[in-house]
Design a protein around this ligand. Structure first.
Ligand code: F0G
Length: 461
């Protein structure tokens, strides 16, 4: 008789090298956050204990990837590592052409410049900061077509990144297909809290866009995490591998921009991948102006090698289950503590609902920015604002955009922190939540023109 025994999931690796982290005193943290203008982006990392600012470029590479660095072919032209990367992108994602770039926003820059003309509309399943800026700089206007559920942190829709097909059809009717160069589809939508799109929905978007001759450009930054959720949640995909689901997602789109600093487990790198020969030809030419020759595009040969290996590791089931599993662990712990977070728990981080945690602050008093500063002051845990500061200003009127979601993101780097680190993070958030009425709001004292969340400075109101 077989006996069923409980086995917890655990990280599918053991630790070979460690990097000490530094704990600080409350006084040191007070000084550090004041000097940083209450912006966690302006803190020095030496003053941070557990760094959950971002999952971008912060992953731990595997021993295979480190070995790959030694295989770097630093030839200016025609590096072996480029061909390995090209073969990997074709094999794992199925796109025909590869243009390497130093990171994701460089690919966004190039595709926006090539495909968008003045007055164009670019529908997308919620905006991302850098993507939208490049669309606007190219003369276009972003239009949000994500389902309404995505704007409600309490709504437990399993695929909150889905496109509202009526919103898409209405835009096409209103502006005409000629003014819509492509639909921008992100897999696991960052600003919605790391929420996935379903294959069923993506297929429906493909059907509509095909009917009107509109392309789909895929922001594939976290595609493996999206594929994992499809396997777990979407009927009919439980038996399909994450690797195959990733390829199916890509097959429904015409090209992609990739920030390889996330899913693909490298500290720097990205690419544009595209099926259309003409667009590729333009992109390959343009990359030479902005990034570097088309066989390196701003990356060292060794970085392309680490990326090719990282792509293969990113779709391994044990890896992706443990990666998302760690995020779920932290999220569930916070839920048990009664902390308001975005539900369902996302793939790359836990998003705290700052409006609910700090109900005494008006959105003009920057609740999420204030909460991120308060968590840092409590424990040295560094989080990031994803609310009115990140949303920026409306280009025409110059007024703040007021997003419905006012969030603080606790972003989990891949393969870096342990379960005990997650426990400390949860304890700190709970402590701030308990004394939340003591948290005061912030106001801008300096604001740069673009992507203001990175460099703005604040002081308490
Ligand atoms: N698209 C998405 C969905 C992203 O999350 C990012 C970066 C980019 C594009 C731009 O890529 O940074 O390589 O130029 N997100 C980081 C973050 C910055 O912290 O969420 P990049």
């Amino acid at each position: 008789m077989s006996e069923k025994r409980k086995r917890s999931w655990a990280e599918p690796y053991k630790i070979k090298m460690v990097e000490p982290v530094r704990m600080t005193t409350p006084d040191e943290r007070k000084q550090a956050i004041e000097e940083a203008g209450y912006n966690t982006f302006l803190l020095r990392s030496r003053d941070v204990y557990i760094d959950l600012l971002t999952d971008s470029g912060t992953s731990a590479m595997s021993d295979r990837q480190w070995a790959g660095l030694m295989m770097g072919d630093e030839s200016y032209a025609g590096s072996d590592n480029f061909y390995h990367l090209e073969e990997t992108v074709r094999g794992y994602y199925g796109y025909k052409h590869l243009v390497p770039t130093h990171q994701g926003r460089a690919a966004e820059h190039i595709i926006s410049k090539i495909m968008i003309k003045k007055g164009d509309i670019i529908p997308g399943n919620m905006y991302f900061t850098t993507t939208k800026v490049h669309q606007e700089l190219a003369g276009g206007t972003f239009a949000d077509i994500i389902i309404d559920e995505a704007h409600d942190p309490e709504n437990e829709h399993p695929f909150k990144a889905n496109v509202d097909l009526n919103k898409l059809e209405d835009l096409i009717k209103k502006y005409g297909a000629e003014r819509i160069p492509y639909v921008s589809i992100a897999t696991t939508v960052n600003m919605a809290g790391g929420q996935p799109i379903s294959l069923e929905n993506l297929k429906a978007v493909r059907k509509i866009t095909n009917k009107h001759g509109i392309k789909i450009i895929h922001d594939m930054t976290r595609v493996a995490e999206n594929a994992y959720f499809i396997k777990e949640r979407e009927p009919g995909y439980a038996e399909m591998s994450v690797k195959d689901i990733v390829k199916e997602i890509c097959s429904l789109t015409d090209g992609a921009t990739m920030s390889a600093k996330k899913d693909a487990l490298v500290n720097i790198g990205g690419f544009l991948a595209i099926n259309d020969d003409e667009v590729f030809d333009k992109a390959r030419n343009m990359v030479v102006i902005y990034e570097g020759l088309h066989t390196y595009g701003g990356m060292a040969g060794r970085d392309m090698e680490a990326l090719a290996i990282g792509i293969k590791e990113s779709v391994e089931f044990d890896h992706i289950r443990a990666r998302v599993g760690q995020v779920l662990y932290l999220g569930n712990k916070l839920l048990e503590m009664g902390i308001p977070i975005v539900k369902p728990i996302g793939s790359h981080g836990v998003f705290l609902d700052a409006k609910k945690i700090l109900p005494h602050l008006k959105q003009d008093e920057l609740p999420a920015q204030s909460l991120a500063a308060a968590i840092y002051l409590d424990s040295g845990v560094r989080a990031m604002e994803r609310g009115v500061v990140s949303a920026g200003r409306e280009p025409k009127t110059g007024k703040h955009n007021y997003p419905k979601l006012e969030l603080v993101r606790l972003t989990i780097p891949r393969r870096v922190y342990t379960q005990a680190h997650m426990d400390v993070v949860a304890e700190s958030v709970e402590a701030v939540h308990r004394s939340s009425s003591d948290v005061t709001g912030l106001k801008f004292v300096y604001e740069p023109t673009y992507l203001r969340f990175f460099q703005s400075r604040f002081e308490p109101v």
